[in-house]
Design a protein around this ligand. Structure first.
Ligand code: BYC
Length: 312
């Protein structure tokens, strides 16, 4: 019986069909999905903070409206993803507790500070750009609810990337001071953006199994290379450079060669030692505590209705 279930699972995955919540799945598959989707959801929610930092200081009403809408989209992405974990039997309250107690990860990228308004544009261009590169293949991930959430998320991320690029184009047509701000921001975000794809394949503990289960469709290094190839022409069109002396076209490979990110810095940030880790978690914890009255009111409301229905 167990063999039959496992065989059916393997066949479904190999046939590029989707595993659905009601289907049998190996424990490791369920655990891996909850880990990855929860981290993804946490990243969307924590990711609201760096850009949220600029909403009250956006330079025009138009920029403020755009930024507000983008940050709201990230909240929506977090909610779809938490819902996807619930289809696997996870409890959202438990995931939030794990995040604010530092027991579950979120993307390293959100532990860097947003120092100028150019960072809003560069996050849209490079951070959302890296996210798209990583997430478009996840629309074909083997778990149905995750794949379907990704389709909508990717559509919204494309807008996010374009708004960032459009903001940077506007700044590059402005004063020398604005152009310098953009270049400075690109210099600070380039390497952290490359780190978003995760450690090199040789150090990636989860890739092999996640690829076999078709949760991941490409390895970390494959996606990083794709992102570099995609970003170079965009940087040239914009008139900025990336802070990597090893970055150059390799005719033979038909790809760009590029340098290695500082992996010590990456692990330090992942383990909680980045510039903003403490601040991000403290802010999230406070928001969760401040919202406790909403949760209590919702429970009280549900109980009142249940009692009324019971009485009727
Ligand atoms: N940061 O075996 P590996 C967004 C961890 S938000 C922190 O390669 P895996 C946006 C990894 O978890 C987009 N930790 O892992 C929002 C693992 O530790 P555990 C976020 C990282 O899972 C707002 C260990 O390192 N996107 O777009 O096979 C505004 C070994 O790594 C990172 C997603 O979450 C990292 N960068 O591959 C703007 C996409 N990298 O768990 C934009 C979905 C690795 O074993 N996630 N680690 O303790 C994925 O595609 C994969 O989980 C990753 C990592 C490619 C990120």
């Amino acid at each position: 019986m167990a063999d039959d279930l496992e065989l059916r699972f393997e066949r479904t995955v190999q046939a590029e069909s989707r595993i659905e919540p009601r289907d049998w799945m190996p424990d490791g598959y369920r655990k891996t999905l909850i880990r990855q989707i929860a981290q993804h959801a946490h990243s969307e929610i924590i990711g609201m903070q760096p850009e949220g930092n600029w909403i009250s200081r956006a330079p025009s009403l138009r920029r403020k409206a755009i930024l507000l809408a983008k940050v709201q989209d990230e909240a929506g992405h977090g909610l779809y993803l938490y819902s996807a974990t619930e289809t696997l039997g996870a409890d959202r309250e438990d995931l939030t507790t794990k995040l604010i107690e530092g027991r579950q990860k979120y993307s390293s990228i959100f532990n860097y500070p947003t120092l100028t308004f150019a960072d809003v544009g560069v996050i849209g261009w490079l951070v959302d750009g890296a996210a798209i590169c990583n997430q478009v293949p996840l629309c074909r991930t083997s778990y149905g609810p995750y794949a379907r959430a990704m389709i909508r998320i990717c559509k919204e991320e494309s807008f996010h990337q374009r708004q960032g690029y459009e903001l940077l184009m506007t700044m590059m047509r402005g004063t020398q001071q604005q152009r310098d701000m953009v270049q400075d921001s690109v210099n600070r975000w380039w390497w952290p953006a490359l780190m978003m794809f995760g450690p090199p394949d040789s150090e990636s503990t989860n890739t092999e199994q996640s690829m076999a289960w078709r949760i991941k469709r490409d390895t970390n290094d494959e996606l990083r290379q794709k992102f570099v190839n995609m970003s170079m022409p965009q940087a040239e069109a914009l008139g900025v450079t990336f802070p990597d002396p090893e970055l150059k076209w390799n005719e033979e490979r038909g790809q760009y060669d590029f340098g290695s990110p500082d992996w010590d810095e990456f692990w330090q940030v992942v383990k909680g030692g980045g510039v903003c880790n403490e601040q991000r978690i403290a802010h999230r914890r406070k928001a969760h505590e401040d919202g406790s009255w909403v949760r209590e009111a919702a429970v009280a409301h549900a109980q009142k209705h249940a009692q009324k229905e019971g009485a009727a």
